[in-house]
Ligand binder design. Structure first.
Ligand code: TEU
Length: 565
C-alpha cells in the first residue's frame, strides 16, 4: 500500500471502553457516560486516536448491551442522548474520534421489531428467522428443533415459541434473536439507523459478528462432534454467500468509504483469505476485521474452557501469516485483549509481581510494532491481570454460566470447568477499571467485584511510576504516530521456530526496524549471527534499559532498533 493511498487509521490507535466497567458517576455501581466524560483526558493522554464504545443503547442487558431493544436511544443505565452528545463533543475537542458498536446480526427479543414478529400474521414475521418443528416431531418436544445447532452461549440455537408453534433462531442467547438479512426491509432499516448515528457525528462502527449476517440456506443439520450435545459447524452460518453483497450495500448506503468512516468487522471463523477479500482496498467493504485465529491457539479440542498451553511459535507465525497475507491489499487489526478475552498479561505474559510490568510491556511492544491498527482495551494500558475468581457465584457473564451449565450436563468435571473459566472467562476483562488504590470506580458496590490487585494495580499508581506500563504505551503510540515504517513498513518474521524470542523486522524504503523480545521469565541468549547487523543501529525503545548488549536478554526484555540500511 503506497503512503498516498494509506487511510487515516494506518496511523491510529484505538482505545476500547466497556462502559459498564469504566467509571460510575451516578453511584449505582455501573459505569456510565458521565463517567466516560470525566475520564476522556486519560484516553487522550495516552495518545489514542479513536475510542470504540461497547454498546450503550437501550437494552434489557441480558448480554451486557449486546442485546439491543432500541438502536436510537441510550440505555438509562448509561445516561441520555444529551449526555452522549456531550461525550462525543468532548472526544472531538480532544482530537479523539468515536466509533459505535453496531450489533445487527441480532436484536433483543424485546426490540419492537421482534415483539411484532412474534405474530405470524405480522408484516415483520419475516424480519427474523422462524421455522416450523422438524418434520415428524411434535413442536416443542425434545429433538423437534429445526436443526441440531448449538448456540454460542450453550443450549440449542432454536427457541420454541408456544404462541405460534414455531421456533426462532438465536446464535447467541435466546434473548438475542437473529435478524433475517435476506429481507431487504431489514437491511434498509439497519442502514437508516447507521445513517442516523453518522449524522449525529460518530466516526465509524465496530460491527459485532458481522460475518454471521449471511447464512447458508437451506438451514440444515451439521455434524455433532463426539461428546457434544449440538452441532457447531460454524461455516453453516459464517461467511455466507451474500456477505460481500451485504457489506457493499451497507458501505454504499451509509457512505462508509466515501466519508472515510472507521470500520472493523468482528468475524468468527475468518481466515486470511476471507479477510483479504473483506478489507481489500480495491472494494468498498470494511476497513479491517477482528479475527479469532490467534486467540484460539491456546484452546484444546473441548473448546474455550479446555485450555491448552500456548506454543509461542504458533502465535508468532499466525500473526506473521496475517501480516504477509494482507500486505498491500487489505489491512490488519492488532489486538490481544477486548471485553471477550482474558487479560493478556495473565494469558501470554507473566502476571507475577516480579514479571508483570515487563511482560505487559513486552507484549505491547510486539503487538504495536506489527503493521495494522492496534487496539488497547481499558486496563491493558496499566497491565491489569485476570479477575482471580474461584467460585461460580462470582461470575456474571451469560456465556460463562451457559457454557458451564451445558458442560456439566454433558458430564464434564465442574472443578476443571472452574479452572477453565478462571483462565478464559470474559469476566476476567470486565472487572471495574481501578482508577485509584481504593478503586475509584464507584461509590456504590460495583456490579462485578473489583480485581483484588486494585491496591497495587490501578491508574493513579501506574501513572505516578516513571516505569509504569501506561507511560510505555504512550511511547509506543508516539512511535506509530511519528514513523511511517511503523505504519506502513513490510513485515518479516525472523527465528520463527524460536520458542523464547519474538524477532521481526519492518521495512519501508531505506527505513528498517528490528524488534527483539524475550517472551519468557528467564534469561534468553540471542543468536546474533542470525540477526541483521546492529552495529550502527539506534535503540529507539526498550522496556528495561539494561545498558547491556543484545546478546543476553533479561526476562521479558524487549527492544526496538532503527537499523541504518
Ligand atoms: O462476540 C462474538 C462471539 O462470537 C463471542 O461469543 C466470542 O466468540 C466469545 O465471547 C469469546 O469467548 C460478540 C461480542 O463481542 C460479545 O460480547 C457478544 O456477547 C456477542 O458478540 C453477541 O453479541
Amino acid at each position: 500500500m503506497s503512503e498516498l493511498a494509506a487511510p487515516w487509521w494506518s496511523k491510529a490507535v484505538v482505545y476500547q471502553i466497556y462502559p459498564r466497567s469504566f467509571a460510575d458517576a451516578d453511584g449505582d455501581g455501573i459505569g456510565d457516560l458521565r463517567g466516560i466524560i470525566n475520564h476522556l483526558d486519560h484516553v487522550a493522554g495516552l495518545g489514542a486516536d479513536v475510542i470504540w464504545l461497547s454498546p450503550i443503547y437501550r437494552s434489557p442487558q441480558d448480554d451486557n448491551g449486546y442485546d439491543i431493544s432500541d438502536y436510537q436511544d441510550i440505555d438509562p443505565l448509561f445516561g441520555t442522548l444529551t449526555d452522549f452528545d456531550e461525550m462525543l463533543a468532548g472526544a472531538h475537542e480532544r482530537g479523539l474520534r468515536l466509533i459505535m458498536d453496531l450489533v445487527v446480526n441480532h436484536t433483543s427479543d424485546e426490540h419492537p421489531w421482534f415483539v411484532e414478529s412474534r405474530d405470524p400474521a405480522s408484516a415483520k414475521r419475516d424480519w427474523y428467522i422462524w421455522r416450523p418443528a422438524r418434520a415428524g416431531f411434535q413442536p416443542g418436544t425434545p429433538g423437534a428443533e429445526p436443526t441440531n445447532w448449538g448456540s454460542f452461549f450453550g443450549g440449542s440455537a432454536w427457541q420454541f415459541d408456544e404462541a405460534s408453534g414455531e421456533y426462532y433462531l438465536h446464535l447467541f442467547s435466546r434473548k438475542q434473536p437473529d435478524l433475517n438479512w435476506e429481507n431487504p426491509e431489514v437491511r434498509a432499516a439497519v442502514f437508516a439507523m447507521m445513517n442516523w448515528w453518522v449524522d449525529r457525528g460518530v466516526d465509524g462502527f465496530r460491527m459485532d459478528v458481522i460475518n454471521l449476517i449471511s447464512k447458508t440456506y437451506p438451514l440444515a443439520d451439521g455434524v455433532v462432534a463426539p461428546g457434544q450435545p449440538f452441532s457447531f459447524e460454524i461455516d453453516r452460518v459464517a461467511n455466507g454467500p451474500r456477505l460481500v453483497e451485504f457489506l457493499e450495500e451497507m458501505n454504499h448506503a451509509v457512505g462508509l468509504t466515501d466519508k472515510q468512516l472507521f470500520t472493523v468487522g468482528e468475524m468468527v471463523s475468518c481466515d486470511v483469505e476471507h479477510a483479504r477479500a473483506y478489507t481489500s482496498q480495491h472494494h468498498d467493504r470494511l476497513g479491517m476485521v477482528f479475527t479469532f485465529e490467534h486467540v484460539s491457539l491456546d484452546q484444546g479440542p473441548g473448546g474455550k474452557l479446555d485450555v491448552a498451553p500456548l506454543h509461542l511459535p504458533d502465535l508468532k507465525k499466525n500473526l506473521a501469516r496475517w501480516q504477509k497475507g494482507l500486505y498491500g491489499e487489505g489491512w490488519n487489526s492488532l489486538y490481544f485483549e477486548n471485553h471477550d478475552q482474558p487479560r493478556s498479561v495473565s494469558r501470554f505474559g507473566d502476571d507475577s509481581v516480579t514479571h508483570r510490568v515487563a511482560s505487559a510491556k513486552a507484549l505491547a511492544t510486539v503487538l504495536h510494532l506489527h503493521q495494522g491498527t492496534p487496539f488497547v482495551y481499558q486496563g491493558q494500558e496499566i497491565g491489569m491481570t485476570n479477575a482471580g475468581f474461584t467460585s461460580l457465584e462470582q461470575y456474571a457473564d451469560i456465556e460463562a454460566l451457559g457454557q458451564f451449565r451445558q458442560a456439566v450436563a454433558a458430564g464434564a468435571d465442574p472443578d476443571a470447568l472452574l479452572a477453565g473459566l478462571a483462565k478464559m472467562s470474559r469476566d476476567n476483562a470486565r472487572t471495574p477499571m481501578p482508577w485509584t488504590p481504593e478503586g475509584g470506580f464507584s461509590e456504590a458496590t460495583p456490579w462485578l467485584p473489583l480485581n483484588p490487585t486494585t491496591p497495587t494495580i490501578n491508574v493513579a499508581t501506574d501513572a505516578a511510576d516513571p516505569h509504569g506500563v501506561s507511560g510505555y504505551y504512550r511511547s509506543l503510540i508516539r512511535l506509530r504516530h511519528e514513523l511511517p515504517v511503523v505504519q506502513l513498513g513490510s513485515f518479516d518474521l525472523l527465528l520463527p521456530d524460536d520458542e523464547r524470542l519474538w524477532v521481526f523486522t519492518r521495512t519501508l524504503g531505506e527505513e528498517k526496524l528490528l524488534v527483539v523480545a524475550n517472551m519468557t521469565s528467564s534469561l534468553a541468549s540471542v543468536p546474533m549471527a542470525e540477526l541483521p547487523d546492529i552495529e550502527d543501529a539506534r535503540l529507539l525503545l526498550t522496556n528495561l534499559s539494561t545498558g547491556q548488549d543484545l546478546q543476553t536478554l533479561q526476562p521479558w526484555e524487549a527492544r526496538v532498533y532503527a537499523l541504518s540500511s
